[in-house]
Design a protein around this ligand. Structure first.
Ligand SMILES: Nc1ncnc2c1ncn2[C@@H]1O[C@H](COP(=O)(O)OP(=O)(O)OP(=O)(O)O)[C@@H](O)[C@H]1O
Ligand SMILES: [Mg+2]
Length: 274
């Protein structure tokens, strides 16, 4: 379970996730080539690059939505290259999607409850007979849900229909759902897309809060430089399916290759990816 003690203090900079020479081809198109990454426990890593650079493809490979055409992925010492998405989620990799995936008709709190149930995947029997263990688990879940609502500033809207909420609150509900899966690593795909400056500032605070409270590793794809620069310890830059460079935010910001490839490219607006 997510614990309040930051994991990074226990485990130092030990590697959590490692991807080696990943490649993804779609027919004749190479979306990603020779992609490698090394993430420490509790690290905040950013992934930036122009539209179509391959950022969402990286997340789809790490979360198991796509199988790589080549390369391998390790979580700790475990090779998860062939593991299905649900297995990776159970092992501690959670994600949000570039195009929001909430149950729009359901309330915020029910969206979070469903995520708990999906993660714990219990059979029908304990639910029907309401065993003590079941009641205990239900109570624990309610407490966790309340904790996430508070952490993400969602208490006041917990009974609202998720689909009716402003964008920023929907994004935060998605993050709460991801937390319900009890992750070690959370992949956030453009969480600030479509947000106003106020919502963006709140998002930066939310990312810091979940990182500090649980010592979670966060891998952040984001076009909004303010969010990336404020949140990340280290940034990787992708361009046309390849890693262009990697470094601290201050160095990335002034790297001429980045300015040319990314900052120099007008933003066309976020395409709906998966
Ligand atoms: N399922 C797919 N089938 C075919 N091609 C795909 C698929 N997914 C991604 N691609 C292609 O792979 C390349 C990288 O796409 P990806 O969505 O990873 O880019 P991105 O960096 O996330 O872009 P954006 O900033 O617009 O979200 C693009 O050329 C895209 O068209
Ligand atoms: Mg994308």
């Amino acid at each position: 379970m997510l614990s309040a003690a930051p994991r990074q203090s226990e485990s130092g900079a030990r590697t959590l996730l490692k991807a080696e020479a990943l490649e993804k081809r779609f027919g004749g198109i190479t979306a990603l080539a020779d992609y490698s990454v090394n993430m420490g426990r509790g690290e905040l890593l950013g992934l930036i690059g122009p539209n179509g650079a391959g950022k969402t493809t990286v997340f789809n490979l790490l979360s198991g939505v796509f199988k790589p055409s080549a390369g391998r992925i390790l979580l700790g010492d475990r090779d998860i290259t062939a593991a299905r998405p649900d297995r990776r989620a159970a092992l501690g990799i959670a994600r949000t999607f570039q195009n929001i995936r909430l149950f729009a008709e359901m309330s915020v709190i029910d969206n979070i409850r469903v995520a708990f149930h999906m993660h714990r995947g219990r059979g029908l029997w304990p639910t029907l007979v309401h065993t003590p263990a079941f009641r205990r688990a239900e109570r624990e879940m309610a407490e966790r849900a309340a904790e996430f609502l508070e952490l993400l500033g969602l208490q006041d809207v917990r009974r609202e229909r998720a689909g009716n909420l402003p964008y920023g609150l929907q994004r935060r509900t998605e993050i709460a759902r991801a937390l319900a899966a009890d992750p070690q690593l959370i992949l956030l795909d453009e969480p600030a897309a479509g947000m106003n400056p106020n919502e963006t500032d709140e998002l930066i605070a939310v990312i810091e809060r979940i990182h500090h409270r649980y010592g979670l590793a966060v891998f952040l794809v984001e076009h909004d430089m303010k969010v990336v620069m404020a949140s990340c310890d280290r940034i990787q830059v992708l361009d046309r399916g390849r890693v262009l460079c990697e470094g601290r935010p201050a160095d990335i910001r002034k790297d001429p290759r980045v300015i040319e490839a990314y900052l120099g490219t007008p933003r066309k607006g976020s395409r709906a990816g998966s």
